[in-house]
Every structure is written in structure tokens, then in C-alpha cells.
Design a protein around this ligand. Sequence first.
Ligand code: ADP
Ligand code: MG
Length: 240
Amino acid sequence: MINISGLSKRYFEITALDNVALNIPSGEIFGLVGSNGAGKTTLMRCVMALVRPDAGQINVGEFNALIDSTAVKSLIGYVAENPELYDYLTGLEYLYFVGRLYGMSRQLIRQQAEFLCKAFNLSQSTNQLVAEYSHGMRKKLAIIAAFMPKPPVLLLDEPTNGLDPESVYFLKQYLKNASRDGTTIVFSSHMLDTVEKICHRIGIIKQGRIIACDKVKKLVGQSKSLEEVFINAVNVDGKL
Ligand SMILES: Nc1ncnc2c1ncn2[C@@H]1O[C@H](COP(=O)(O)OP(=O)(O)O)[C@@H](O)[C@H]1O
Ligand SMILES: [Mg+2]
């Protein structure tokens, strides 16, 4: 579903992505882990056609992200690391706004918004202005907006950051079900135990390069946990 080859991106002297290749089939939950500054956000922004790479190809479904960015965006539900929302809409108005952009009927938006807001314990606040939301509430609203149209691809950049434990629990169940229904999910997180539990495959990214990429069982192998594998992998040259 997502095919990336030779992807490179530099910001002046910083190499954010260095010749990244990834193939993520339909229905897979792919975990992207890496230290701060490793390139996770840049990779997601390139797939979402928000950042133009210096080299490489990205295909989502049948569309090329560099040529048909509008088509690619319409296939993806994206939760940014720090979501940009419209402060002077209420939570519910924001969900209607996003739902309409994705071509959903008003009735479907209402159904989905009710279900997801209840699941994320946000129902009490949907008539409040987004400007008054806490960091966690903003994150929940961004996740609900991404899930609502049931897109075939979800790109989630550290979605568990700032979420309460009940919401993390629901998020995990939701992603597992969505993947069973064929949704392709890329999930970046520093919560390695969560990544280990829900992802089918994991890629470890360091200084813009995918330094390990395999099925969870194979990657963890004889080690105690993904945490141990991760620390050893990123620490190979004595530098995190
Ligand atoms: N807009 C930007 N301008 C300059 N440097 C950037 C920009 N975005 C990211 N970088 C740099 O690219 C590298 C990768 O960043 P990022 O993709 O945000 O990593 P991660 O999400 O893994 O923390 C970092 O060194 C970061 O400072
Ligand atoms: Mg990031």
C-alpha cells in the first residue's frame, strides 16, 4: 500500500532522511521507532506530501505522492506530532469541517463523531472551543478527525503522547481492528512496549536511515524486549 524507495531529504547540512526504502502492505501495522531527531516526522511528512524530498519515490495505493499529492492526501488519515487545529471552532464544528472535506455525509459524521468522542471520553467537551482544549484533548480531537472518515491509510506521529491510559487502551484496540479490516497503519512512538504489542513489523530509524526492519518476533528474537533491541541498535557506535 505504501512503497518508498531511495527517499532522501536534507535540511541545509542536516540529513533528515538518507536513502530510505520501505514497503508496507495493506492491513499492516508498521511501527517506526527512533530517537528524537532520527527522521520519523520527516518520513511521515514526505508520505503525506507535506515535505518535498530531495530524491526518491513514494507511492500510496496507485498514486505517486510527488505527482498526485491531493489523491494521496485523500487516502490518508494523518495525526501530526503537534496537530494544527482551528482554535475558534468548537470540537464538534472541527469534526464536521474535516468530515465534509473527506466527503462524508452529515449523518455519518454525527454517528462517527458520537462514537469516537465517547470512546475517547471527549463527549463533554465537544461544544467547547478548541482554543480551550488541553494538549491531551487536542491530540484526541486530531485522532478522532483522522479516524472518522475510515481512510485506508493511517499515519500516526506519536499519537499516544499526552493521551490518558484509557485512551491509549482504546487506541490500541481500534488500530488492531482497523488493521484486520485492511487499514494500513504507520505508527511512530517512544512507547516501545505498545509498539511491540500492536505492530506487525517495526523499523528502527537512526540519523535518517532505517538500521533494522523486521517482524516483531524476528527483531526481538532472543532479546528480552524491543527496548533492549532498540538500545543496542541505536547505541552501536557508542552514540544514541
Ligand atoms: N523544517 C525543518 N528545518 C530544519 N531542520 C529540520 C526541519 N524538520 C526537521 N529537521 C531536522 O531533521 C532531523 C529529523 O527531524 P524529525 O524528522 O523531526 O525527527 P523525529 O521526528 O524522529 O524526532 C532533525 O535533525 C531535525 O532537526
Ligand atoms: Mg517527530
